[in-house]
Each structure stands twice: as C-alpha cells, then as structure tokens.
Ligand binder design. Structure first.
Ligand SMILES: NC(=O)c1ccc[n+]([C@@H]2O[C@H](COP(=O)([O-])OP(=O)(O)OC[C@H]3O[C@@H](n4cnc5c(N)ncnc54)[C@H](O)[C@@H]3O)[C@@H](O)[C@H]2O)c1
Length: 353
C-alpha cells in the first residue's frame, strides 16, 4: 500500500473497527479533505475494510482542493470503489445518487498554513461546513464535522483536562482567530442544522493526532522534530518549552473518529485524543531521547514569524463522554506511538527542515 502509511497500523484500525462494520456495509461515504493526513487514513481504512471485512463494499468519494495536501496527497487513488474528485468545498457540491455519511475533514490544520491562508482557513470551516451540511440534509445522511481542540483556546487551568461542556477562552482577533473562531462557527452550524432541520450531526474535537503520513512540510511539532532528527540538526523548541499537549497516535484516533461518525449520538460533540500523558515540549524532547536511546541537541527559541502568536499553554482532553457513550479507549502509549512514528519518519523524511 501505502508507502506513506504503515500497513500494520491500518490492519490494527480495521481489526478494532470490525464490530462496527455492519454500519457501513454497502453504504456511500463522502470524505472532504480526503487527500489530507486524516483523509488518507480514511481512504486506506475503507479500502482495507472493503478487501477484508465487508461483503458489500462501501463506496467512498474523496473531495479535496489540494491546498495543503502536498506530495502524499497527490498520489493517485487506485482502490476500487474509491473515487477522488477535485473540489473546493466553499462551492456547493451536487451528488445525485445515495449518500449515507458525510465526513467533513477539509480544513487548514497546521498553524503555519492558517497563518499563510487566513481567509481560506475561515471559509472552509464556515462556508464549506454549511455546503456540506446542506448536502447531508438533502440526502438525510449522517454528518460529522472535524472541529478542533483549539475551540477551547487558552484554557483556565481549573478546566484542564477539558470537558466538552467547557466553553473555552478564545480571542476573536489575532493570528489564530481564523482557525479557532471558524471552527466554533462550524460547530454552531451543526447545532443549527440538528436543532432546526433534524440533521444527524456530530462534532469531533481532535487533540494532536500524530503518526506516519504526516508530511515534513506540515510544520506541526512532531514532523518538525522528526525532520530535524533525520537531518542531524538541533531541535527547535518554541517559546519556553513549558507549554503542554497530549498526543494521540493515529490508530487510536481513527478508531475514535469512526466510532463518532458511525455511532455518535445525534447533536453531540466528542473530544477524541489520548488524555495521558499531558506533556511539556521539553519533556517531549526527553521522551524522544528515551525512545531513541540517545541524547538530542535542542534550542529553546523565540516563536518564528511564520508561527501564529498566542499559543495555548495547556491542552488535555477529558474523554469520559466518548468512553461512556462510544466505548472509545485509546490503547497506544506515547512511547510506543513515538517509536512507530520515528521509525517511519527516519525511513521516509529527507531532513528538509
Ligand atoms: N490532525 C490533527 O491533529 C487535528 C487536530 C485538530 C483538528 N483537526 C482537523 O481535522 C481535519 C483534518 O486534519 P488533517 O490533519 O488531515 O489536516 P490536513 O491539512 O492534512 O488535511 C486537510 C485537507 O483539507 C484540504 N482542504 C483545505 N481546504 C479545503 C477546501 N476549501 N476544499 C476542499 N479541501 C480543502 C487540504 O487540501 C488538505 O488535504 C481538519 O479540519 C483539521 O482542522 C486535525
């Protein structure tokens, strides 16, 4: 498959999703952002379900305008029953035959890119979400919106880990607002369609997903570190290095995403992430040293101009709602996930950062 992903990871996801296979037997699914990091996982997971689990295959439509899909996203899609259509979701999309699920994952997800493309970031989450909701409503399809943990902004420490009911602390101005605020409006659109038109909507708030397939040109923290490790250059830790995140390995994340898309309670939002450990960027470097069994050189530096200011100081999910309602339980410890990711990036990256 999948030089860009690990077959063992796809097999692990498919095994964990077998109990849900009946929900997509013979159905049609549309995935926006279908050539992005998560979209490529949806592609491979549906293809593997078709090959090894489903009696009647699922048909999959992938929409993407390729704005940030990069080289990995440009690879041709050759799986039977899975079709790529180049389309900008800020334009309406017409589909005449059956449609059962709409998974709206198009977005501009990396801080580096939403600083470069603020209007596109805003429009895909607002106009794009409205267009995809209207499509789902016309087909009576289940709609899943990829929001973000960023909707919580810079949280009050007494609300960390964040529950879905926490309303957040977000600025409507500044370089991050185009992402945070548009994801919040996207969630409001889901709420409106669910409450006034009865559309079956769900919202996913992912917390820092990582794994093979993240591109060096993605400029999120782990690809940045991995690229510099490959190049033998010092790691760059921005700010003070005391800002915390949790990291969710892609197999755990994909299982959670699919559980929401197939079985989420209508109208509900779910945090999907791995709550443990909440780790500072400096401790992340130390954990990578343990995984690689060697010392790393790193510099703690000012944020570069290309990176949006106002970075949230803490980020950690409370996932009890998804655990209770969807039996979502992450299984891959950070060290194990980092080992898989760093092995893969070491074989794949060219060290361009
Ligand atoms: N990966 C994470 O950790 C994470 C965390 C929080 C939220 N999310 C959200 O999940 C979704 C998927 O994330 P990802 O990591 O795959 O991001 P990604 O950047 O790798 O993929 C997003 C894809 O959407 C496409 N896209 C952007 N604007 C579009 C438009 N107007 N029309 C059609 N396609 C468009 C891009 O070309 C890209 O291929 C995004 O909405 C993101 O905001 C992801």
């Amino acid at each position: 498959m999948t030089e860009f992903l690990l077959k063992t990871d796809i097999d692990e996801i498919v095994t964990r999703l077998k109990p849900h296979a009946a929900d997509i037997e013979g159905r049609t699914v549309l995935v926006t952002g279908g050539r992005g990091f998560l979209g490529r996982y949806f592609t491979e997971v549906f293809a593997a379900l078709n090959t090894s689990v489903l009696e009647t295959p699922v048909r999959v439509l992938l929409l993407d305008n390729m704005i940030t899909a990069g080289n990995a996203g440009s690879m041709e899609v050759t799986h039977p029953g899975i079709e790529f259509i180049k389309h900008n979701v800020i334009e309406p999309f017409d589909w005449k035959t059956d449609l059962d699920y709409v998974i709206h994952a198009a977005g501009i997800a990396s801080p580096y890119y939403y600083r470069a493309y603020p209007m596109e970031t805003l429009e895909v989450a607002i106009t794009g979400t409205r267009n995809m909701l209207e499509l789902a409503e016309r087909h009576d399809a289940h709609f899943t919106f990829f929001s973000s943990s960023e909707i919580y902004g810079d949280p009050d420490p007494k609300h960390v880990p964040m529950q879905e009911s926490y309303r957040g602390n977000v600025s409507c101005q500044g370089p991050r607002a185009c992402y945070d605020e548009s994801k919040r409006v996207g969630e409001t659109l889901c709420y409106i369609f669910h409450s006034t038109k009865g559309t079956h909507t769900n919202v996913i708030r992912p917390f820092n997903v990582y794994g093979p397939g993240m591109q060096e040109t993605d400029y999120r923290v782990l690809p940045n570190f991995a690229s510099r490790i490959k190049a033998g250059k010092p790691l760059k830790v921005y700010g003070t290095g005391s800002q915390t995140r949790t990291f969710c390995y892609i197999t755990d994340a994909m299982v959670g995403f699919m559980k929401v898309a197939l079985g989420g309670i209508a109208g509900e939002a779910y945090n999907i992430g791995n709550p443990q450990p909440e780790i500072s960027m400096l401790d992340l470097v130390k954990t990578i040293e343990t995984v690689l069994d060697g010392d790393l050189v790193y510099d703690v530096i000012e944020y570069p101009d290309s990176y949006p200011a106002d970075e949230p100081m803490r980020r950690a999910p409370d996932i009890r709602k998804a655990q209770l309602q969807l039996e979502y339980n992450p299984e891959v410890p950070l060290e194990d996930g980092l080992k898989r990711f760093l092995n893969w990036s070491n074989n794949t990256y060219i060290g361009r950062q």
